[in-house]
Design a binder for this molecule. Structure first.
Ligand SMILES: N[C@@H](CCC(=O)N[C@@H](CS)C(=O)NCC(=O)O)C(=O)O
Length: 264
């Protein structure tokens, strides 16, 4: 049986955190969802489902104003969904019975690790060190979300770009320092800290697909392959492993030539 049910738009690198961990730990997660644009036509609930056309009206009792990341003005979230997910965001995870909501992709990742009993360090201090990487990653990911959404809408300002550049340098400097120590993982042993890093950084690398938008906004790309060599090497080594490639290899982020993928 799956240890979690996750509802989201798909593909979504934030969901990959959980699916990669589940693959590595040998447990199942159930993923329910649809293309980003289609998700505004779904009922957001533990038992999420596409709405009938007649249900997609502003007077539907579940209709709520969307907050971020969706072009649709309206999303349809049940009261039970909002009780389980007070911030109303996806990915939205639930325990198998639907009694407990788990939100924030890093916490959904933690839930998989805890349910399966692995990749979360040995004892409270190692687990807390792994949490430290997840927290630093969330700060980066939030900046990246605001930047990439504005870029996608061709509305990114110089101020936003400067702010992103600073957040990127701060985060990548730290990841580079940790990767340079030569451990199997950022926190020492390989852990969910590495999974979160790869997925958040993969999300950011979508910037490379937005060269036209950068030009429209009069901005230069922030990602530079020459800097942070240890961080990039860690990312490139992990993203080619089969458990990662199963999600990252789909072409959403980067094209990975088949011959570059590891077979074992
Ligand atoms: N930091 C969160 C980000 C989640 C998030 O912001 N989700 C947005 C879509 S990108 C959302 O669900 N928005 C719902 C709304 O607009 O009401 C995570 O990692 O899970």
């Amino acid at each position: 049986m799956a240890v979690l049910r996750i509802f989201s738009y798909l593909p979504n690198p934030r969901v990959w955190k959980a699916t990669i961990a589940a693959r590595l730990l040998g447990v199942g997660v159930e993923v329910v969802g649809d293309r980003p644009k289609a998700l505004s036509g779904w009922l957001w609930d533990f038992d999420a489902r596409p709405l009938e056309e007649a249900e997609k009206t502003p007077d539907n009792p579940h209709a709520r104003a969307s907050k971020r990341g969706f072009s649709a003005a309206m999303l349809y979230k049940t009261d039970a969904f909002l009780a389980a997910h007070p911030f109303g965001t996806v990915p939205a995870a639930f325990d198998p019975e639907g009694a407990t909501g788990v939100f924030e992709s890093n916490s959904i990742l933690r839930a998989v690790a805890r349910a399966a009993g692995g990749l979360y360090g040995d004892g409270p201090y190692e687990a807390a060190r792994i949490d430290s990487f997840l927290d630093a990653g969330l700060v980066f990911a939030r900046e990246a979300q605001a930047y990439l959404l504005a870029l996608a809408a061709r509305e990114a300002s110089r101020e936003l770009s400067d702010r992103m550049r600073e957040a990127y340098a701060f985060y990548l400097d730290g990841i580079d320092n940790a990767a340079r120590l030569g451990g199997e993982g950022l926190a020492g042993p390989f852990s969910i800290a590495d999974i979160a890093f790869v997925c958040d950084f993969a999300q950011f690398r979508r910037e490379e697909r937005m060269a036209d938008r950068l030009a429209d906004c009069g901005l230069e790309p922030i990602y530079r392959p020459g800097d942070h060599a240890c961080a990039h090497a860690h990312f490139d080594r992990l993203r080619r492993l089969p458990a990662f490639d199963a999600d990252l290899g789909g072409g959403y982020v980067l094209e990975t030539p088949a011959e570059e993928r590891k077979s074992a």
